[in-house]
Design a protein around this ligand. Structure first.
Ligand SMILES: C[S@@+](CC[C@H](N)C(=O)[O-])C[C@H]1O[C@@H](n2cnc3c(N)ncnc32)[C@H](O)[C@@H]1O
Length: 808
């Protein structure tokens, strides 16, 4: 008899995954039995069910192998441990549908081995005469605030440019974002080969993929799943304690899937016996300090965030929500039982359930529903993954997690005063959704806005917007609400709301860590970090050791952070003082014609350098250190943990960032993330574009210590096109509630560092977060035209200037 073509096809499909026929055969047989010879569920999704079942069998085999020594009591135990049965090569899981895109990412590192040297010939043509016209130039913020020196300013006003997307050239160091897996490194160092001598996690805030990295070997397949299952285990006891159990138990609970839906990072599947699996894909790529937290805390955090972000009633609980899913499942399932079943449907019939050992009937399912949510199972990740992110319902969510809040059931619509954000009613029409474009940019419908609040487009008159229930009749304001502008790139969800006008969100690509653009040279290599610069002999949490480790040398032999995760008072005060009274602090003066800031104003009529503050650095432990990921001296590299929100400010400053929780003084809020460019590149970019680059930040905090940097070496950050939430932080003169501190993480070369924002005082929930850009509004030669300051501070430098002018 010729072989059944369906069997042949099934064999062929899984063979591509390297699975041998003899492995497939018994599993396929089992499946056909379970599905009563119905091929459809087996063939669906490119034989996903089949592959899953094979993997599960493989998993349980491995568990058995691991358990073997425990049950073997004879004298050969030691021998058995030493020589375990050669385990079958772990099988790769099939990609989920939504992983295909990432998985197809074609990253070719071959072209990246060449390198540009840190020494590049100076291109004097890059700052042509005429570039000094302050009217046309955006300000450049000096991260070490050289601004307030004398009557001078550190702002560079230049004609701005806006490259929609950096154009890769041969040998360039940047990948278009859409081709790059989230949070994974874009850059290969140019001069030195990557030396992952410790085979640690991918480096932090700037990441590097070595050519032979397993990350490139089927990224999507290696995505890890954190699975939360509704319990129906024999003892009926739930595991509300959030204890993570090993993946070894998993196979007991895995059953062929009957139906499956995917909502972005959430994958829900049901089995033929009424088991529901909810898999939440947590991508924490690029978080070197990541350690799986306990799930009780995760659920609590989610609840807190949902309550705050969406004004959800305090009784909201994730467990309840899960139970609701389960109840609804049973409810719908029960309804369908009373209706005629489709002939070929693989739905659970009571008969088939009873026929299988361990299956439950309708009654048992109900009993299962009434048990508490149990967290049964977490698959320990292989590759670093990102934040736990519960998406909103699929009909209101875009493929990359941007959508409109629609958890009305949980909304507590209360009247609130003007300063407090209102609840976020859903937009009525799906056409009102804010659509991310194919590049992952958050593009508003027909609208576009840059960081400076320019080119805001209004929602068309056809747009119907739900009126928030709490707004008294006649005073309704439009509400625009993007669920998570980070698109799951951060550990926290950061919503964007506009309750002021109909301005749509700006167009930019969210990145959680800096990207290196073209020629900017950042030499990230573990080999460069010597033992003297790190603490290889440490273990656990450096902060708990009596003798401060080498990483604390930078801050005078004292750790920069306290055990509460705050910047030490003395360091904070010094940084605040440097900001507020720079004259009291050490400054570095570039030689004539060598100050990149002055040179970028004009090549001909160059002013003497106005000075650069010599920054106070914090040095964090890193992957070459012996301490663990949760070490207290690794704060900035762990990313944003605070509950934040982007909002439209009511008084003309455009979008701003505020906190949704009380934040104590000295707490890390976020890093200023953007593209790392050389000054020359920024200049070129500005020349080419008609749009304005808002506040590129010059990384000049260490200019004093070494040689003077040329334009082609001096680095800056531009968050206009690629950036994180910090691009929304508005300026406040003098008494801003955040201060920026340079933080060294992965490179000892302080030409590049992380610019981290810490609170200067206790900040209450709902306060806008601000920092002092260092703008000298009083500079008469190059008056800042970027904006008329509306900071409202009694120390506002812009107000003074206006008054003086009026007097004259
Ligand atoms: C880094 S962006 C901040 C986010 C910006 N508000 C937006 O809507 O995208 C800097 C720009 O915000 C505006 N801005 C920031 N601080 C301001 C202030 N104190 N007063 C007026 N405008 C301000 C200016 O247009 C400035 O160029």
């Amino acid at each position: 008899m010729p072989p059944d073509p369906r069997v042949v096809k099934a064999f062929r499909a899984v063979k591509e995954l390297g699975i041998a026929e003899d492995v497939v055969k018994p599993v396929l047989k089992d499946l056909l039995r379970v599905y009563e010879r119905n091929w459809q569920p087996i063939e669906e999704d490119n034989y996903r069910v089949l592959a899953d079942a094979i993997f599960d069998r493989d998993d349980s085999r491995k568990v058995d192998q691991i358990k073997k020594p425990e049950i073997n009591n004879d004298n050969n135990v030691a021998e058995d441990v030493r020589k375990p049965e050669e385990p079958r090569k772990p099988l790769k899981r099939l990609r989920l549908k939504y992983q295909d895109q990432a998985g197809s990412c074609n990253v070719d590192l071959q072209g990246y081995s060449g390198g540009s040297s840190s020494k590049r010939p100076r291109n004097d043509n890059c700052v042509p005469p005429g570039a000094s016209d302050p009217q046309e130039h955006p300000e450049t913020i000096s991260s070490s605030k050289g601004k307030q020196h004398g009557s001078s300013q550190s702002l560079v006003l230049r004609e701005s440019s806006y490259l929609k997307e950096p154009k890769p050239e041969p040998g360039l160091d940047i990948y278009p974002l859409k081709e790059v897996p989230s949070g994974v490194a874009l850059i290969k160092p140019k001069d030195e080969p990557f030396t992952d001598d410790l085979n640690h996690d991918p480096p932090g805030p700037i990441t590097v993929i070595p050519q032979d990295s397993p990350i490139l070997d089927g990224l999507a397949e290696k995505s890890n799943q954190l699975q939360i299952q509704e319990s129906q285990s024999g003892n009926g006891k739930s595991r509300g304690d959030g204890i993570l159990t090993s993946s070894g138990d998993r196979s007991d609970h895995h059953l062929p899937r009957v139906s499956q839906v995917s909502h972005g990072s959430v994958d829900i599947a049901s089995s033929s016996i009424g088991d529901i699996q909810i898999a939440i894909k947590c991508n924490y790529t690029g978080r070197p300090g990541f350690q799986p937290p306990d799930l009780t805390s995760v659920l609590k955090l989610v609840e807190d965030k949902c309550r705050r972000a969406h004004n959800i009633d305090s009784s909201f609980s994730v467990a309840e929500m899960m139970r609701d899913i389960c109840n609804s499942y049973v409810e719908l399932g029960s309804e369908s039982v009373s209706q005629p079943q489709e002939q070929d449907s693989p739905k659970d019939s009571v008969e088939s359930q009873e026929a299988l050992p361990g299956k439950v009937n309708g009654e048992t399912v109900n009993a299962c529903v009434s048990t508490d949510l149990a967290i049964l199972d977490v698959v320990i990740p292989e590759v670093l993954m990102d934040p736990l992110h519960l998406d909103v319902p699929s009909d209101l969510v875009q493929s990359d997690g941007i959508g409109v809040v629609s958890c009305d059931r949980y909304l507590n619509r209360q009247v609130q005063d003007d300063d407090v954000p209102r609840d976020t009613s859903p937009l009525k029409s799906p056409s009102n959704l804010v659509h991310p474009d194919q590049n992952g940019l958050i593009n508003s419908l027909g609208g576009n806005e840059n960081m400076n609040g320019q080119e805001h487009n209004d929602i068309t008159s056809e747009t119907t917007i739900g009126e928030p229930a709490h707004v008294p009749a006649g005073t309704a304001k439009p509400t625009i609400d993007v669920v998570d502008i980070t698109k799951g790139e951060e550990m926290v969800v950061i919503a964007l709301v506009n309750e002021v006008d109909s301005t749509l969100p700006p167009s930019f690509s969210y990145i959680p860590q800096n990207l290196i653009f073209q020629k900017a040279y950042v030499n990230v290599s573990l080999a460069r970090i010597g033992d003297a610069d790190c603490c290889p002999d440490c273990s656990g949490d450096c902060l708990s050791s009596k003798i401060p480790c080498a990483c604390a040398q930078e801050t005078g032999g004292e750790y920069a952070y306290t055990s509460e995760g705050l910047v030490r008072e003395s360091i904070l005060e010094e940084c605040i003082s440097m900001n507020r009274d720079p004259k009291k602090h050490r400054q570095f003066y570039c030689k004539d014609k060598e100050c990149p800031i002055e040179r970028s104003k004009s090549d001909d009529m160059m002013e003497p350098c106005k000075g650069h503050l010599v920054g106070k650095f914090i040095k964090e432990c890193w992957i070459k250190c012996g301490c663990d990921r949760q070490c207290g001296n690794r704060l900035v590299q762990r990313g944003i943990t605070r509950s934040l929100q982007v909002f439209m400010t009511p008084k003309g400053k455009g979008w701003g960032l505020r906190t949704l929780e009380d934040i104590p003084k000295g707490a890390f809020v976020c890093e200023y993330v953007g593209e790392i460019l050389t000054n020359a590149e920024l200049y070129e970019r500005n020349m080419k574009s008609t749009l304005k680059h808002a506040c590129p930040v010059l990384l000049d905090a260490d200019w004093g210590s070494e040689k003077v940097l040329k334009d082609e070496e001096a680095l800056c950050l531009d968050a206009t096109t690629f950036g994180n939430v910090a691009r929304f932080i508005n300026h406040r003169c003098f008494d801003s509630n955040m201060v920026e501190i340079p933080v060294e993480v992965e490179t000892p070369d302080r030409n590049y560092y992380h610019l981290a924002f810490f609170t200067t005082r206790d900040v209450a929930a709902m306060e806008e977060l601000t920092w002092d850009y260092g703008i000298d509004f009083d500079d008469q030669e190059h008056p800042v035209k970027a904006f008329q300051c509306l900071c409202g501070s009694k120390f506002c430098r812009n107000i003074k200037r206006t008054r003086r002018r009026r007097i004259r």
